[in-house]
Design a protein around this ligand. Sequence first.
Ligand SMILES: Cc1ncc(C[n+]2csc(CCOP(=O)(O)OP(=O)(O)O)c2C)c(N)n1
Ligand SMILES: [Mg+2]
Length: 330
Amino acid sequence: MAGVAAQLDADTARDLLATMWRIRHFEERVAQLKRSLQVHGLIHLSIGGEGVAAAVCRQLRDDDALYSGHRAHGHAIAKGAPLEQLLAELMGRSGGLCRGVGGSMHLVDRRHGLMGATGVVGGNIPLALGNALAAHLRSTGQVTVVFFGDGAVQAGHFGETVNLAALWELPLILVCENNGFAEFTPRSAHTPVERVSDVVAPYGFARETVEGSDVAAVWEAFARFLKTARDGHGPLLLECLTYRRRGHYEGDPEQYRDPVAEEEWSRRDPLARFEERALAERWLDQPQVRQLQDEARDAVEQAVAFARQSPLPEPGSDHQLVYATVDGER
Ligand SMILES: Cc1ncc(C[n+]2csc(CCOP(=O)(O)OP(=O)(O)O)c2C)c(N)n1
Ligand SMILES: [Mg+2]
């Protein structure tokens, strides 16, 4: 996104809300398509966490690098991946971002700086470190952002990455979406450290914990961090406290769900909260909000139409794409 405002204004608010509605409608549609077996593979939705994707990614340039994990749709959409190609990828069609052979957890869109999503929890973190080192050595001014969950922090290479990034002062922003769960395991059952931002305390770099459903708070904190990283200093860690409104994966029986927490978090929905703020600040009025919702819904339906008419990959073509997806210019 070019010409990003440090302070929220009407244009930024419109863009953030549009992005969040695109993610929400896209993922609700994906849930339906998964139930009717038109979307394939394991699907992890980010409904309830759209504000973090929007507030972080909309501040980045196309040439800033983004690494995502298994819950990647929102990040891809906010970074600029076309809905058509994204949905075609989830539906295994040749018009998909990775020609239909990657699926939900293997999204790449180099034109928009989406360097890859991965199903290997935490596997993206050292990859982002390598990219940040390359940017530093080449003095490109490029910032690298990596999204990961609270569960990924327990992977050994999180510690290795943080150590080297801090030692070499790399322009890397670590964004943890802490939803309090790793699959079905609450955070308190796998670590005594409540806040991820405290895990990196000894390294001495800037770290902050914000309420992920408060889009303005995420925007403001990330804007400060981005400026520091853009000036060539880093690393930095932003922890966003979120809640996933859906199961860990589509089809999860969700027997571990706490109905009290569910009710509390439904009141903290990032879309409802930000809409309320945008109306109160007079950044937008009610008809404009409705228009954004309608436009998002239409864009998703267009993506469905595109993906449905896109042919399946040619049988036997998959082995030709093992390296081409990474090095090619798609
Ligand atoms: C290396 C590795 N270990 C285990 C898994 C199985 N797994 C998939 S998602 C997940 C939980 C990840 O939790 P978190 O990082 O907090 O992300 P969230 O799903 O909460 O967004 C696990 C353990 C995996 N995919 N990769
Ligand atoms: Mg988690």
